[in-house]
Ligand binder design. Structure first.
Ligand SMILES: [Zn+2]
Length: 384
């Protein structure tokens, strides 16, 4: 019998090449009559913001654009976005987030502040916002974070830059519009790092201690889609089908996390980002194979990995086959080398033990275990 569990709802998923054209209908479906569109300067330059704007205006929907989202949004960034939304006349009744994880997280955070006031650190944790949120439509333009299917936003504290996960059932987008045509111009490096991050989401949620029969369905489907396409994504030659598979896979991996958790690859990656500025997808890729090898020492986890090996484009049968495939995919991506000699592995390990995600790794890890993982993953002799 499975351990007791409770699922969390999914947004309505609207998937397909060209479905951006359904955006006005999605707004009306949610009762929206006046829209606030959150995006970033890059997407504005690429013309995507104007396309979405034109569709809404043509449908008779007033729209205000905020194209100032920034990477790793802070409390101040969220407050600026909320203030711009608050100033709209007529008052807005629907939010749209168009972009990567940062635009989605900024819009989600603004929704907390618009509807409940205060500052973002009031909402650090889960379900601390009693008043009703505005409906949010998420339109991801990278295939990676899965923020479009999750009820959390990641916001950095002003000053310390500590990442806060602020969640609420109402922060979940009501609709995720998944249009693979919007990822056609994704640069190779961004597509690779966000795709490897999504892969880690599928593989970590699949084996974490909060996995359950529902999260397992999402993780398996996510993995199937991502694995079918990643080989060409990391060499910079994705087809239209590959882009569709990545976008769908990333959204499904987001649902796998929403219904379970992550694990030690994320727990050990986050300190590498915080202390050494290594981009999230890169940091996760550095740690994932080593963490999987460690996790595979647990027979139940090895059995789950062996099952995932059967889902590979060239089906295999063992946990070792899966880990080798993950390693080769990351090696093919040829990520920039990291010189870890100046890194303080004990300090990193200390940070990793405090990461919430690490508490759900299938094999429990203490400080010495994390330090050993860093030494192994970053190419330094574990006995040195
Ligand atoms: Zn991640």
């Amino acid at each position: 019998m499975p351990a007791p569990f409770a699922t969390r709802p999914a947004p309505k998923l609207v998937f397909g090449p060209g479905v951006l054209r359904d955006l006005p209908a999605c707004v009306r479906e949610l009762g929206g009559t006046s829209v606030f569109l959150v995006s970033d300067p890059g997407l504005a330059r690429a013309g995507y913001v104007e396309r979405a704007h034109a569709l809404l205006v043509a449908a008779g929907l007033p729209v205000t654009v905020f194209a100032d989202s920034r990477e790793n949004p802070t409390e101040s960034d969220a407050a600026a976005c909320a203030a711009a939304a608050h100033a709209c006349v007529p008052a807005i009744d629907c939010l749209i987030a168009l972009g990567g994880g940062s635009s989605l997280d900024t819009a989600k955070a603004a929704n907390f502040l618009l509807s409940n006031g205060g500052v973002m650190h009031d909402y650090h944790g889960y379900a601390k916002a009693p008043r009703p949120f505005l409906p949010l439509i998420a339109i991801p333009t990278t295939a990676g974070t899965g923020s479009e299917t999750q009820s959390y936003t990641l916001i950095s504290r002003d000053g310390s830059h500590e990442k806060m996960a602020c969640g609420d059932p109402q922060a979940l987008p009501r609709i995720a519009l998944l249009d693979p045509e919007l990822t056609a111009t994704l640069p190779r490096a961004t597509g690779t790092l966000s795709g490897l991050d999504a892969l880690a989401h599928a593989l970590e949620s699949a084996v974490c201690t909060k996995r359950n029969p529902v999260s397992a369905l999402y993780a398996e489907s996510a993995f199937r889609h991502l694995a079918s396409a990643l080989g060409r994504v990391v060499t910079g030659q994705p087809t239209a089908d590959d882009r569709a598979a990545m976008l769908l896979g990333a959204a499904l991996a987001g649902l796998a996390i929403e219904n379970s958790m992550l694990g030690a690859a994320h727990a050990s990656a986050n300190p590498l980002t915080a202390r050494h500025g290594i981009v999230h997808g890169h940091a996760v890729s550095l740690m994932l194979p080593t963490v999987m090898r460690h996790n595979a020492t647990a027979p139940a986890t090895a059995a789950l990995y062996a099952h995932f090996a059967t889902l590979l484009p060239t089906p295999a049968s063992t946990a070792a086959d899966l880990i080798t495939w993950v390693e080769q995919t990351i090696a093919t991506a040829a990520l920039a080398p990291v010189d870890a000699r100046p890194f303080d592995f004990v300090a990193l390990a200390d940070d990793a033990t405090r990461q919430w995600t690490g508490k759900f790794n299938p094999v429990p890890l203490q400080l010495a275990d994390f330090a050993a993982l860093y030494r192994r993953a970053l190419g330094i002799n574990p006995t040195a």
